[in-house]
Write a protein that binds this ligand. Sequence first.
Ligand SMILES: Cc1cc2nc3c(=O)[nH]c(=O)nc-3n(C[C@H](O)[C@H](O)[C@H](O)COP(=O)(O)OP(=O)(O)OC[C@H]3O[C@@H](n4cnc5c(N)ncnc54)[C@H](O)[C@@H]3O)c2cc1C
Ligand code: FES
Length: 366
Amino acid sequence: MLTLAGTVAVVLLVLPVLVAAVLSLDGLRHVAARLGAIGADRPLTLVVSRRRTVGTDAVRISLVSEWRPVLPGLRAGQHLVFDLPVEGRVVRRAYSLSRHDRWASSYEVTVKREAGGAGSGFLVDRALEGCRLTVSRARGTFLDADPARPVVLVAAGVGITPFRAMLMARRRRPRAGRTVLWFTARERVNLYFHDEFVALEQAAGWFRYRPVLTGEAPAGWAGGRERLTAAAILRELPEGADVLFCTGKAMESALIDGLVEAGLPRDRIRHEQFAAATEEAEVGGELTVVTAAGPRRLVPGRATSLLDVLDRAACAPPYECRVGDCGHCRVEITAGTVLDLDGGGPVRGRVLACRVRPDGDATVIV
Ligand SMILES: Cc1cc2nc3c(=O)[nH]c(=O)nc-3n(C[C@H](O)[C@H](O)[C@H](O)COP(=O)(O)OP(=O)(O)OC[C@H]3O[C@@H](n4cnc5c(N)ncnc54)[C@H](O)[C@@H]3O)c2cc1C
Ligand code: FES
């Protein structure tokens, strides 16, 4: 039996050890959480494991890790951001994941070549099997909010990619909500995954596939031949369905206007944009760019946006989408003005570099 003095002595000895253990466990947890948070944002180095040509000018690229059997999780509709080595510089481009697996041992993107495009040109021509690429973790909020609810998906060309992933995720559900996919392209060969969607329609009562060809159709074509209209979408709109778009800007605006005019609440319509409707143009004047390294003068030449000018001169702010969605490319115009690519007017102050273009002398703080 311990005496009172003995008990006190044991408590005095053990207590500091217990406190130290708890504190260090807490510390360890803190360190682990910090490391996890850092890791969660760290880019991945992945290897091209497989390439398949699709349509007239696109590739499906599978990417694996050399040491992780299972890749970090993703949600259907999300995209990866690639840092691509193109002609001695890094071009950053987003590509939606075109498949979705519960436990992904590989990621897949489907990339269409844009004429003269730096990023798509690299991926279509030069990202061969074995090529190592730096990509972000999956990101983006263009998601299928609830696969048990009805939805209408409207895609044009390569805009099908996030929807294919969403359909794969819906297919795994015991009960998926009613789903209508409108998919339009000029030629049959560019309705990527067409056979897969036809098979899914035959197998799944919840799915309706509505392909539309705007160019020549093959003999016996049973799909749509007319340009897609809001009226057509409304005719097959399941009750309470959200409508998700991944088409070009012009088509999206026309269809959304039609749906809203017909009474569909705007908050039931969402969209992903792959490209801003921006043509390259000659940019006059001189740009003074102030970065942490000091001021620098640039003569822009031809460019789509201020971000394009800064990127080519290797002094761009961090960026991701190039369409005004992610909000990362904010810079400050402190002298002169730049042209707002959406409204067309001259603007100054804090702007998204991807949504403006220089138009005469200006100073920009990056
Ligand atoms: C969230 C997100 C997801 C995306 N997912 C995909 C995807 O799954 N598959 C895919 O192929 N692309 C996708 N994109 C588009 C992709 O990021 C690039 O914008 C596209 O590949 C063109 O880049 P580039 O470097 O080849 O062309 P750039 O060098 O940037 O541009 C070359 C020329 O092409 C024009 N241009 C650029 N992009 C387009 C376009 N999309 N349509 C028409 N003209 C264009 C430019 O105005 C310029 O004149 C996605 C974009 C975003 C923001
Ligand atoms: S790059 Fe995303 S908002 Fe400009």
